[in-house]
Every structure is written in structure tokens, then in C-alpha cells.
Design a protein. Structure first.
Length: 186
């Protein structure tokens, strides 16, 4: 049993598989925090607001591939562990490519009944790396969340400013039109 709390982002489109994976995680991790999504946009949102320690992803998803998800995760933070849990990787070359592209591991869904056995050593490695930099990890996570929220806020301000500039321009045009109408009447 892993006693360290883990923040796990699960990228899975099959509800039954997601429930089975969650059940297996709960057998091997004492206090997991698990968020679920099935696309890149949801993944990006979770990376910004949840800041996971590890991402578990299916390979075939409705709107993208697991490699697309992994690329998104690695762009956000190359140190986040990424593990495929998939029924797709039956090709050794494809499996090797996932590892070469940065995956920490992969597990075939056909092993779902003993997923815990296969997943536990991979998660223990994640925990080992986390414990080595635990305080720093929490500070970094909080800073990332804060910075991402600031960027989001700034984006909204920029949108609002653009809207305000448009409104000011409309007001100026209306004032100019009023002046012209007033001059024509006078």
C-alpha cells in the first residue's frame, strides 16, 4: 500500500474502464485524489487547476490519441509521470515509441484484473521521486496553480479591455453624431 497521497489525472473515455481503474488505484494508494477527463481541453484544465502528480491515459480517445495527451502534459510539465493504461498497444514498436516519447510505462487493459500489481511499482517510483522533493513539490504546485489562475485572469482582463475600448469608441461615435445633429439643428 502506498501511504503518500497521490493526485492522479485519469484520461479515459470508457466509464466502466475508468471505474475499474479507480477501484484498483484505491486498493494500492491510501488516499488518492483522482480527476477524470476524456479530451485535451479537459486535460489542460486539470493540469492548470488540479496539478496532478501522475497522469494515467488510454491511448485511443474520441477526439485525440494518448500521444496527444502526453505531449500536452509534457509541454505543461515534463516531470509529470505519464502511464498508458490501454487496450490498443499490442504492437511492440508502438509500445516502445510511447516510452521513447516520454511515457513512464504502459499497462495493457487485458491485465485489468491485476492492474494494481502492474501499476503499484510504477506509482511507487512516482512517490519516490516526489518524496525526494516533497516541500518543493507542494510550493511548485501552489505556484503553478496561482500563476495559471493569474494568466487566466489577465486573459479575461484583456478580453474586457478590448470590449471596453469598443464601447468607448461607440460612445465617441455617438457623441460625434450628437454634435453633428446639434450643429445641423443650430
Amino acid at each position: 500500500m502506498i501511504n503518500t497521497s497521490l493526485r492522479i489525472l485519469l484520461v479515459e473515455d470508457q466509464e466502466t474502464d475508468a471505474e475499474l481503474i479507480k477501484r484498483q488505484i484505491n486498493k494500492i494508494v491510501k488516499h488518492p485524489e483522482i480527476e477524470l477527463t476524456d479530451d485535451i481541453e479537459g486535460c489542460k484544465e486539470q493540469l492548470l487547476n488540479f496539478a496532478p502528480d501522475v497522469v494515467l491515459s488510454d491511448y485511443n480517445l474520441p477526439t485525440c490519441t494518448g500521444l496527444d495527451i502526453m505531449e500536452t502534459v509534457k509541454e505543461y510539465d515534463e516531470d509529470i509521470a505519464f502511464i498508458f493504461i490501454t487496450g490498443t498497444i499490442n504492437d511492440e514498436e508502438l509500445a516502445a515509441n510511447t516510452i521513447l516519447n516520454g511515457a513512464s510505462g504502459y499497462i495493457l487493459k487485458k491485465h485489468m484484473n491485476n492492474l494494481g500489481e502492474k501499476l503499484e511499482p510504477l506509482l511507487k517510483k512516482v512517490v519516490f521521486n516526489m518524496v525526494a522533493r516533497d516541500d518543493l513539490r507542494e510550493k511548485i504546485r501552489n505556484n503553478k496553480i496561482t500563476v495559471n489562475q493569474i494568466y487566466d485572469y489577465l486573459d479575461k482582463i484583456n478580453e474586457d479591455n478590448a470590449e471596453h475600448r469598443q464601447n468607448v469608441e461607440k460612445i465617441k461615435q455617438a457623441i460625434n453624431q450628437f454634435r453633428l445633429d446639434d450643429e445641423d439643428a443650430g
